[in-house]
Structures are given as structure tokens and as C-alpha cells.
Design a protein around this ligand. Structure first.
Ligand code: FAD
Ligand code: SF4
Length: 802
């Protein structure tokens, strides 16, 4: 077998090897990478910095892939020399490796402009995983960060740092942000949007010096002005990494020169990716390098296929909520070109199409990029747009305009980042049995780049796979097209604290009855009250703290912890019922008393007269704990279920949960208070408690799963608390515990709660404690003028745990 040596374990090199492996095995392959990581998706580093993806999410090929394909992977080894005659490469570890064919995929290096003192501690570049890690380690809330460079990378770095809490300024040499992709108007819209996100943008400034004594303290500009900085990121562009090509004596211009077959000037040396120059162009994007990889794989395996003919450059900014797309020609002053433009300053939308000879030559979209696929296709296919002139900026409804995925031609690109066409996806579905989005990603890489084509991929799967099941990760709703777990992560990492802010940045700005209450809950749970409450985002019942009935009156349920009350409370309940002439006094199935038929105007007065806390019978929150009499009165009782139940209720009451949450506590396995069909149940047994979770006895009947058997009451309450907080933090909104436990499986729930490592358990306990400290009785909220300021405290029973 011939020996193929690949220098560069990045996106281009490995993508090309993947293609080579699709042809018959022909090579013994060695890959050298000077980074110490397996092949990862560099595009997603911006999302890692912005807290939207974890480091694990970016791995493209794990170690097992190299092993399975018999690839000799040499991580952390930098190739420092090539001998094109002896056909060897020399590594910085002293190794000399011979090759029959050599593939250079060495990518680019960041351009460092001539700025004095750039070597100071606190100056970073943003190119690889180690840079990203270093930035994440250094970035702290309140730190002043300056990003030099207002191109795509600089802006993504700026947003990432801002999400990490830094106070960020972008300093750009030119007068227009992303001037290589946008015109001045588009750049202006983008600058406004960045400013509205809290990133300061300074244009037309040349940075000349990094200030500070060993450590960064600021940056100075040409002309003398300066600003303070604790951290500086240089994102001033990239330059093809041609050093090895030079040592091999290859023809070099800006990049390593290659022909249409990705051959260099040496017959056994090839190159792909950002290090190459093809037809005078050096690309800084993934789509071209994937196309190049396919061509080279055919060339090197002796299957010369289609030539590489260049790629239409297209760029998309990957900042959530800042939609920017640019492709093709941005200069509209070219002879014979026509410009079609639309602007809405209030909505921050700008669209410009440049046409030449009735064909699309370029597109700029800011604030609204839904049509980018259509424009890309027109650019690629050079469609004559004469008959489509009326629909250029405002397409007809999707079906009529041919946007429907079923009507796209097979050659149209669905995933621009990874260059995957509709035909490739259809082929994967038919030939490889792909029938989920995850499999599609794995098989074709579609939707693994910036993610903007995920919807199209889903549509294709739906149209072609007969029994396609939607991914479990459903998005919240039409106004907020993100799955809930992503959303939680984003709210947490980006410190978003109001429903409106979230809707403005990630949604349609208005929201609906599905997403607003869900967001309201998430923010409350995440920030434990340290956020902007928006009462209009709640359900009606939560706004008035009572349950609306079919005749428009309300039901009032005071809290009776563990179902244990007193003559005094009963007297007050009876008096209030008479005074406000309630329609019915009902003992509920959960050991409480319901006063039905109360007028809205009487609500605050009846709460005051009752002098008891709200039973929160109306909300997605903690309802009650049903208890049996346990050891106090029952001859079978082996545990004090009443005290434990009262304490359980006291610890969790007034807290919101994804859906209503009911609990039970019983003194022996006879289970008189039905604890095994509650969301959380404590079941007493001789010398221990069983803590059970995920039970139900409503529309769905489900026996709870055993979370843990544990010795003391305090330990049982702690286990319940761990599950309670885990459910609050991880369930989808409106997901009951029985669905949540089934979805995750009890083993996973155990691992994440009672069997989690101490630091995880402490985190859950801490956050629960913080929520509890900030919580208050709903009937004490400042809504009503007659609100009582203090309630009579229910005296704990003897033996109740402290
Ligand atoms: C933060 C960020 C966001 C981006 N976002 C997008 C985007 O949204 N869309 C898009 O299309 N593109 C994007 N890009 C660009 C895209 O990532 C690159 O085009 C692509 O990674 C280039 O692949 P490559 O293999 O040519 O180079 P690289 O991925 O850089 O791989 C080259 C590898 O070779 C190694 N190497 C170099 N010299 C040697 C040597 N002598 N010995 C051993 N190893 C060596 C390098 O360390 C590196 O690991 C982004 C880039 C960054 C940094
Ligand atoms: S569950 Fe056991 S302890 Fe409780 S009342 Fe029933 S028999 Fe008694």
C-alpha cells in the first residue's frame, strides 16, 4: 500500500481523508496535527465561547474513528520540514516519516497587525480550541475586553466575550463593519444591532499600541486616543499558512497554488483548505474546502472526477439574534449592474440584491436571512430572473414560490457550511437508511455547521422518510424556535433576565401564550427572583393567585400543610365562607379545603380574613403533601409520615415547577395516602424510607419509580430535594414528573441526583436554597391594596424536623 501523509488534522485535511476512505482502501495513512485535539469543528468555536455549545459538542471525529480506519494519528507533532526529493517530512519531535503522497492542509494563521507591545499578558487570538479555552478562562464579568477587528470573527468573539460578562468594545480599522461582506448601509444596520446588544463599536480607528506594564491595561490609537482594556483579542484577518509549501519548493503566491485537481507544482504533493490558492482565490470558509476535498480524493485515488471550479463565497454571522448573510459581489458600482434594495430601520432589516444581466451577482441581508438559500441557489445556478422580478425581495408564499423543499432541485445546496446538496441528503436517506436528523448529521455532516439549515433538513426528512419521527428536541413554539434545553443554556450563559429581552434577541419580539409563561418560569427558576418579572407573561390564574372557574368566579384554597389543620383555622375558613357567601365548601382529594365561587373583587379580602398562606392550587408549582397519620396514631405506622410530610411541604412550598407537583408521605407500605402515585413520595418502612418519584393518578396512572432507599428522615427529605431541583432545572415546561422520569429513565435521574458527585449535589441544594430564600407567599404579593402583611403561622407539630 502507498503511504499518504497528511499535515494538518483540521477540517480540510480530515474531510479529504474521509472522502479518500470512501474510495477503495489504497493508502496507509498518517495524519500529523500540531494541535493536541482530535478533529473538531472550528466553526463552532464561536458558539463555545458564547456558551451555546460545550467543548464536547464540537468534536467531528473521535479517536475511535482514527482507530477504526487504521489511521496513524500523530497529535501534538508539528511538521517543520519537507524533503520533496527524498519524500520525507520531519516533525518537531525529531521523527522523519516517508511518504508516497503528501497532502498539505495546514490552514491559516491569524494576521497580527503591526501594533506595539502585542506580546503582553492578556492579548489573545481566536483561532483554535486552545485559544477558546484560554479566553473562557480569562473572561470574567465586568472585565473590559477590546476586540481589534470588526470582521466576522471579531464580532463573534465580541459577542462571546460579552456573554461571558465582559464589557466589550470592538475597534475596527475601517468605517464599515464586515466591510468585505457588507456595504456601508448594511454595516450600519449591523453596528446598530451590536450596540443594542451592549457591544460598543468604534469605527475608523487604527490601534497602534497595547498599553500596560507587562499586563494589558489598554490600547492606544493612531492620533493619540486610548481606551482601557483588561483583555485584548486580535481578530484582524487570516493568512494562508504556506511555510511548509515554501520549504517543499512549491509554487506559492498568497497561498499554495493548486490547479483544478488540487495538485501543486510537485506531482506527489497536494493541498486543500485555507492554505491553498485556486484561480487566484484563497478561501476562508468551510464549504470550499469540502468541495476541494472531494475533488482531491478522486484525483489521489486515480478516479479523476469533476474539476474544482471555485466556490461562490458566502458568509453568515453566527450570533444568535443578529442575522447577517452575504454572498457573491457586494460592489454594486460594477458596470451594468442593477441594485434592488429594501430597508426598514425600525425592524433593523436591510436587503440588497445586485443583478447583472438579469442574474443574481450578489446578496446582502441584515436582520432577516430566511431567503438566503434561495439567493445562494440563484447565485450558483445563475438562473435568469426575468420572470421572477416581482418576487426577488418578497417571495410568494413558500409553496407557490418553489421554496418548498420538495420542489428544490437535487443540486441545490441545503447546508451551505458543509456544502451538502439536497441530492446527497436524499441519497443518504434512500441508500443508507438515514431516518433521523442525528443520523443525517452523522452521515452527511449537513446541519453541523452554523445550524441555520436544520429546519430545511427536517423538512426533507419529513418529506422523504415514510415514518419520520420528529426529533425529541422539539422547539418551544413558532415565535421562539429553540429547543428548551438550548434555551435554558443560553439564558444561563448569556445572563438574560427578562422575557422581552429573550423574545427580542431570539424570538419574534412578541411571543405567545406558549413561550411567555415558559420563559417566565425558566427565568424565575434560573435567577431565583433576581430577574425582571413580567406579570403579563403568566397565565391568568397566576396573575390573580386563584383558580378561575367556568362561571368566571374563583376558587380559593388555603395551604394546609400535610393536611393537618386546627380548630382556629377551621373557624376562620368557616367565617370567611359565610362572609363572602361562597358557593361551595369542598374537602379536596388532597386533604385541603376549597372555597368555590369567590368573586374576583373579593379575593384580596378573603385572603386577608383567612390569614393563611396560599395553597397555590392554581399554579404550575408545589401543590401539597398528602400524609397519613403514621406513627402518631396508626398502629401499623413505622415512620412519622405526618411530620415528614409537613416538613416536605414547608421546604418546597411557594416554589414554581415546570408543571404542578403533588407529593405524599406515608408511615408504612400500606400506602394510605397514596404516596406511590405522587410526583414525589416518601414511603416509610422499618428503619428507612423509600423515596419514589414520577408517580401519577390522574389522566395517566403510573406507579412511581424508586429513587433511593435511605435511612433517616432528613436523608429522605434531602433526596427528595435533589430530585425536586433537578426536575425544576431540566424538565421541559409543562412536562410532568412522570413524563420527565420516563424520558430520562430512572437510572439517569439517580445518577444526576442522589448518586451524583458531591459538587453536583451541592449545586442543586444551593440553587434550591437560593430559590427558597427569594420565594414568598403569592397572597402576600403587592397586587392587592388590602393585602395582609402577616399571616398567622401554623404551629409545627411536635416532632417536626427543624
Ligand atoms: C472562530 C471561527 C469561526 C469560523 N466560522 C466559520 C463559519 O461560520 N463558516 C465557515 O465557512 N467558516 C468559518 N470559519 C473558518 C473555517 O473554520 C475554516 O475555513 C476551516 O477550519 C479551514 O480548515 P483548514 O483545514 O484549511 O484549516 P484548519 O481548520 O485551521 O486546520 C489546519 C490544521 O493544521 C494544523 N497545522 C498547521 N501547520 C501544521 C504543521 N506544520 N504541522 C502539523 N499541523 C499543522 C493547524 O494547527 C490546524 O489544526 C471559522 C473559523 C474560526 C476560527
Ligand atoms: S400508611 Fe401505614 S402508617 Fe400510614 S395510615 Fe396507612 S397503615 Fe398507617
Amino acid at each position: 500500500m502507498e503511504k499518504l501523509v497528511v499535515v494538518g488534522n483540521g477540517m480540510a485535511g480530515v474531510a479529504c481523508v474521509e472522502q479518500i476512505l470512501r474510495h477503495a482502501p489504497k493508502f496507509q495513512i498518517s495524519i500529523f496535527g500540531d494541535e493536541t485535539h482530535v478533529n473538531y469543528n472550528r466553526i463552532l468555536l464561536s458558539s463555545v465561547l458564547a456558551g451555546e455549545k460545550s467543548l464536547d459538542d464540537v468534536v467531528l471525529n473521535g479517536l475511535d474513528w482514527y482507530q477504526q480506519n487504521g489511521i496513524d494519528l500523530r497529535l501534538g507533532v508539528r511538521i517543520i520540514d519537507v524533503d520533496p526529493v527524498a519524500k520525507t517530512v520531519t516533525g518537531d519531535d525529531g521523527s522523519v516519516t516517508s511518504f508516497d503522497k503528501l497532502l498539505l492542509a495546514t490552514g491559516s494563521v491569524p494576521i497580527i497587525p503591526s501594533i506595539d507591545d502585542v506580546e503582553k499578558d492578556g492579548v489573545f487570538v481566536f483561532r483554535n480550541l486552545d485559544d477558546t479555552r484560554a479566553l473562557l478562562e480569562r473572561a470574567r464579568p465586568g472585565l473590559k475586553a477590546v476586540v481589534i477587528g470588526g470582521g466576522l470573527l471579531g464580532l463573534e468573539a465580541a459577542r462571546g466575550l460579552q456573554v461571558q460578562g465582559c464589557d466589550v468594545t470592538v475597534v475596527h480599522l475601517m468605517e464599515t463593519l464586515m466591510e468585505r461582506q457588507l456595504d456601508p448601509t448594511g454595516g450600519g444596520y449591523l453596528a446598530t444591532k451590536m450596540n443594542s446588544l451592549g457591544v460598543t463599536v468604534l469605527l475608523g480607528l487604527s490601534t497602534t499600541k497595547v498599553l500596560g506594564n507587562g499586563k494589558v491595561q489598554g490600547v492606544e490609537f493612531k492620533g493619540g486616543g486610548s481606551i482601557a482594556a483588561d483583555l485584548v483579542v486580535i481578530a484582524a484577518g487570516i493568512r494562508p499558512n504556506v511555510g511548509l509549501g515554501q520549504r517543499a519548493g512549491l509554487e506559492i503566491k498568497r497561498g499554495i497554488v493548486v490547479n483544478d485537481y488540487m495538485e501543486t507544482s510537485h506531482p506527489d504533493i497536494f493541498a486543500v483548505g485555507e492554505c491553498v490558492q485556486h484561480n487566484g482565490v484563497c478561501y476562508g470558509l468551510v464549504a470550499p474546502l469540502l468541495e476541494q476535498g472531494k475533488v482531491l480524493a478522486a484525483t489521489i485515488t486515480g478516479n479523476n472526477g469533476p474539476k474544482y471550479q471555485g466556490t461562490v463565497p458566502a458568509a453568515k454571522l453566527k450570533i444568535m439574534g443578529v442575522d447577517v448573510f452575504s454572498a457573491g459581489e457586494i460592489n454594486d458600482k460594477v458596470d451594468g449592474s442593477e441594485v434592488i434594495r429594501y430597508e426598514d430601520p425600525t425592524l433593523g432589516i436591510y436587503k440588497k440584491l445586485t443583478l447583472k444581466d438579469n442574474k443574481l451577482a450578489g446578496a446582502i441581508l441584515v436582520g432577516e436571512t430566511a431567503d438566503s438559500h434561495r439567493y445562494m441557489e440563484w447565485l450558483r445556478s445563475q438562473t435568469d430572473l426575468t420572470t421572477l422580478r416581482r418576487q426577488l425581495l418578497f417571495p410568494e408564499s413558500a409553496g407557490d414560490a418553489g421554496l418548498d423543499v420538495a420542489q428544490m432541485s437535487e443540486s441545490e445546496t441545503v447546508c451551505g457550511c458543509m456544502g451538502v446538496t439536497k441530492g446527497t441528503i436524499i441519497h443518504a436517506i434512500h441508500e443508507k437508511g438515514v431516518n433521523t436528523l442525528a443520523q443525517l448529521k452523522e452521515c452527511t455532516r449537513a446541519s453541523t455547521g452554523c445550524g441555520s439549515c436544520t429546519g430545511l433538513c427536517q423538512q426533507l426528512l419529513k418529506a422523504v422518510v415514510p415514518d419520520f419521527q420528529e426529533e425529541v428536541k422539539k422547539t418551544m413554539c413558532k415565535c421562539l424556535a429553540l429547543p428548551e434545553d438550548n434555551l435554558r443554556e443560553i439564558l444561563r450563559s448569556q445572563q438574560l433576565k427578562s422575557v422581552q429581552e429573550v423574545l427580542d434577541i431570539y424570538g419574534n419580539g412578541t411571543g405567545c401564550e406558549v413561550c411567555k409563561p415558559a420563559l417566565s418560569y425558566m427565568l424565575d427558576m434560573l435567577w431565583c427572583g433576581d430577574h425582571q418579572e413580567d406579570r403579563s407573561a403568566r397565565f391568568i390564574n397566576d396573575r390573580v393567585h386563584a383558580n378561575i372557574q367556568k362561571d368566571g368566579t374563583f376558587s380559593v384554597v388555603p395551604r394546609i400543610r400535610g393536611g393537618v389543620t386546627s380548630p382556629d383555622e377551621l373557624r376562620r375558613i368557616a367565617d370567611a365562607a359565610e362572609k363572602y357567601q361562597v358557593g361551595m365548601v369542598k374537602i379536596t382529594g388532597s386533604q385541603r379545603i376549597d372555597l368555590l365561587g369567590v368573586k374576583k373583587a373579593d379575593l384580596p379580602k378573603i385572603w386577608a380574613d383567612l390569614g393563611m398562606p396560599s395553597g397555590q392550587a392554581y399554579t404550575k408549582g408545589v401543590r401539597m403533601v398528602k400524609t397519613c397519620v403514621g406513627t402518631d396514631f396508626c398502629r401499623f405506622g413505622v415512620q412519622d409520615s405526618t411530620s415528614a410530610g409537613i416538613e416536605l411541604e414547608r421546604r418546597f412550598e411557594n416554589l414554581f415547577t415546570p408543571h404542578k407537583l403533588k407529593m405524599g408521605s406515608v408511615g408504612c407500605p400500606r400506602n394510605c395516602a397514596e404516596a406511590t402515585v405522587k410526583d414525589i413520595g416518601l414511603v416509610g418502612q422499618e428503619g428507612s424510607w423509600q423515596v419514589v418519584v414520577g408517580g401519577a393518578a390522574g389522566k395517566k396512572v403510573r406507579k412511581a419509580d424508586l429513587l433511593i432507599t435511605i435511612e433517616t428522615t432528613e436523608q429522605a427529605l434531602d433526596a427528595a430535594a435533589l430530585f425536586f431541583q433537578f426536575y425544576r432545572e431540566n424538565a421541559n415546561y409543562l412536562e410532568r414528573t412522570y413524563d420527565f422520569v420516563e424520558r430520562l429513565g430512572i437510572e439517569k435521574v439517580r445518577k444526576e441526583t442522589v448518586y451524583a458527585i458531591d459538587v453536583v449535589k451541592d449545586g442543586l441544594r444551593d440553587r434550591l436554597r437560593k430559590s427558597k430564600e427569594r420565594s414568598q407567599d403569592a397572597w402576600l404579593e403587592g397586587e392587592a391594596p388590602n393585602n395582609p402583611t402577616q399571616f398567622v403561622q401554623i404551629k409545627p407539630l411536635a416532632g417536626v424536623l427543624a
